[in-house]
Design a binder for this molecule. Structure first.
Ligand SMILES: Cc1cc2nc3c(=O)[nH]c(=O)nc-3n(C[C@H](O)[C@H](O)[C@H](O)COP(=O)(O)O)c2cc1C
Length: 383
């Protein structure tokens, strides 16, 4: 029996994506058409007037690279290592909560795409599939933690992650509570019944995130109850003592904080403003990067997120000193556009673009990319 294209919708989708989506912005457009407006607002929105969200892109665009030439790029490769393990490119996925909002296969589809791409997948504490279910996909997995009022629950999740073979923990430190995301507040955003925090006890019962919160987003109301804003440096020491898994601290912008993170014995920092979703008015993470790298001076790895939209952005982060980057919203666009095939397309494009950018900058390796010069963003005219 010969199957027609219509009998294989997945294949058809994949072929369409290959033709129609040749950069991540193309996939963003498809996602915007497919998602319900309030879910689109949840993923693409940020806090306040969304100034930091916009500044993230403006700052990336303002960075200029000084390419090298005559250096034989015929064998050029974006392969590297993150936390000491080989990766096909210096990229991991950023933790994004509730990925079943974007496609029913959620984290499973995204993790499969990451596995195929040869990069680590970060599972959010608030994932739509349990950390064990995601581990079964077989990708290299990192678990992101928020600081919960219920510390026993955090410890239990850490033990589960150890048992399930997770290879790092990533503590997010820029969310004492959620930033005021005006789109979500206006939409009275609530999780649909089918979207659950699968790692929590009785996920079927739902949470405040599923019930109306007068004058607020229900997701924000839920986190206000669950997250502990008293998180401080002594807690990082406590966490470090709980586990021998490598520890990544996410949400650092000030070099003084980065130095303290390195002093706790953490393995990596993520320079991040949470994609503009926390303090509106925070500096773009790409503008914070160089000072952080100089301050930690190799004592731990430095990763960056908030605004990565292309291989050239990856190259810019490397040139400014990062060891790697986290990819946030674009992977969700891929999920929304076509589930696993869409997520795969996002990562295939990013890998191809990163290779292209490396070679055109005269770099055969990531090490060479980290020696490139840039024009300092502060010296660049910005509107
Ligand atoms: C819909 C959405 C959910 C997110 N959920 C989490 C989360 O659960 N934990 C976390 O540390 N960061 C979370 N983030 C922030 C991302 O990890 C990352 O810092 C951010 O998306 C980077 O910005 P960019 O996507 O614009 O590049 C989320 C971001 C989005 C867009």
């Amino acid at each position: 029996v010969t199957l027609t294209e219509n009998d294989q919708p997945e294949l058809k989708l994949e072929q369409e994506l290959e033709q129609d989506a040749i950069c991540l912005a193309d996939i963003e457009r498809i996602a915007a058409e497919k998602l319900p407006p309030e879910v689109w607002d949840f993923v693409s929105g940020a806090s306040g007037a969304e100034l930091t969200l916009a500044a993230n892109r403006a700052a990336f665009d303002a960075v200029r690279i000084v390419p090298r030439v005559l250096r034989d790029v015929s064998q050029c490769s974006p392969a590297s290592t993150l936390l000491g393990h080989p990766v096909s490119m210096p990229v991991a996925t950023a933790p994004v909560a509730y990925q079943t909002l974007f496609h029913p296969d959620g984290e499973l589809a995204a993790a499969r795409a990451a596995k195929e791409a040869g990069i680590p997948f970060t599972v959010g504490m608030l994932s739509g599939y349990s950390i064990e279910a995601v581990a079964e996909v077989g990708a290299r997995t990192w678990l992101q933690l928020y600081w919960l009022r219920d510390r026993d629950r955090t410890v239990e999740l850490i033990r589960r992650a150890e048992d399930a073979g997770y290879s790092a923990l990533m503590l997010t430190v820029d969310v004492p509570w959620m930033g005021r995301r005006l789109r979500d507040i206006r939409n009275r955003f609530m999780l649909p019944a089918a979207v659950r925090a699968a790692n929590f006890p009785d996920p079927e019962k739902g949470s405040e995130a599923h019930r109306p919160a007068p004058g607020n987003s229900s997701v924000a109301a839920h986190t206000a109850l669950a997250f502990d804003p008293s998180l401080s440096w002594t807690d990082i020491d406590w966490l470090r003592a709980q586990t021998s898994l490598p520890l990544i601290i996410k949400g650092i912008l000030d070099p003084r904080d980065a130095v303290r993170v390195a002093e706790t014995g953490a393995d990596a920092v993520v320079v991040s403003n949470h994609g503009g979703r926390q303090l509106d008015g925070a500096i773009p993470s790409i503008d914070a990067l160089e000072a952080v790298c100089q301050a930690v001076s190799g004592r731990c790895e430095v990763l960056l997120d908030s605004g990565i939209r292309s291989g050239v952005d990856v190259l810019k982060a490397l040139a400014l000193g990062a060891d790697g980057v986290l990819l946030g919203r674009p992977l969700m666009w891929g999920l929304a556009a076509a589930g696993e095939a869409g997520a795969r397309r996002v990562l295939t494009l990013l890998a191809a673009e990163t290779q292209d950018a490396l070679g055109l900058a005269g770099c055969d390796t990531i090490t060479a990319a980290r020696e490139l010069r840039t024009i300092a963003p502060a010296h660049t005219q910005r509107s």
